[in-house]
Design a protein around this ligand. Structure first.
Ligand code: NI
Length: 153
């Protein structure tokens, strides 16, 4: 983290009231922390939106294991993208339902395509991909290192 800057923001008091009530519900005790989180969220979204960006994330899947061939198809798709999968975790929720969570790491566009394939499988009832970056600062250091490697070739 760099040095601290203090800023003043002009905004409608109604809007500020609504914001304060909203962040209070989320457990924020401090408006500055809520603003910082909003800003970081925007920067993370911008970072992960770049197709070539390296991201980490999770794919959460809910499926009925009785659906025909679903377990085999899930395994097949994951093996075909093994370089993107860091780990998987499985919970048998009840007699029918399974919850599977994959930790993924790789190029944003590939991670998105992979998640779409999994979520789109027949038998997967619900799925969601969450992408983020390990650290906003670390990402920039990584980028600089990357440029350095290129310039040496
Ligand atoms: Ni299961």
């Amino acid at each position: 983290m760099g040095k601290l800057s203090r800023i003043g923001i002009a905004l409608d008091s109604d809007l500020l009231d609504r914001f304060d009530r909203s962040i209070e519900k989320s457990g924020y005790t401090n408006r500055s922390e809520a603003f910082r989180d909003l800003i970081r969220d925007r920067l993370v979204r911008e970072r992960t939106a770049a197709a070539g960006a390296t991201v980490v994330g999770t794919v959460t899947l809910i499926y009925n294991h009785h659906a025909s061939g679903i377990a085999e198809k899930l395994t097949e798709v994951q093996h075909a993208h093994h370089d993107l999968v860091v780990s998987t975790s499985h919970a048998h929720l009840d007699h029918d339902s399974c919850l599977e969570v994959l930790i993924v790491h790789g190029q944003a566009a590939r991670v998105e395509r992979f998640a779409d394939l999994l979520i789109g499988l027949k038998g997967v009832q619900h799925g969601r991909l969450v992408m983020t970056v390990p650290s906003l600062d670390a990402g920039q250091r990584q980028k600089r290192r990357h440029h350095h490697v290129h310039s040496m070739r």
